[in-house]
Ligand binder design. Sequence first.
Ligand code: SF4
Ligand code: SF4
Length: 130
Amino acid sequence: MLFRSGIGKTLMGDVSEKISIEKLLVACEVKSVRVVNPLNLKDAVKAVKEAVNEDGVRCIVFRAPCIALFKPQKKAVINNCRKCKKCIKELGCPALSLTDKTAVVNEDLCNGCMLCAGVCPHDCIEEVTR
Ligand code: SF4
Ligand code: SF4
């Protein structure tokens, strides 16, 4: 049977048993397996730093709700941007770009993850309800 391992559905859309990626990795004798929400920037960075300092095969499963399946309820708005470009350089988010005057958010592409607010050193980015 063809399956998409992580989501519990076959390619035909039927509900099927979910396969746990982390259990699969442990079964393959990967000694270091972490599961982290990539939208929690602090935890995600910590997990990567820890894994980098370990020997052998190590895996990090980044798990968060799929943006293709959930309609965002929030979006980011930028006020008083200082144009330091940190949000753009560090995240590579397709919703962020820089104009002559400010960083801007394309609200059609923004899913409200608010990772950008976590990296802005000037607290210019706030979360608003759609
Ligand atoms: S909230 Fe998330 S998706 Fe929206 S601009 Fe910030 S980093 Fe990009
Ligand atoms: S990190 Fe903040 S101040 Fe810097 S460009 Fe982005 S929004 Fe502007």
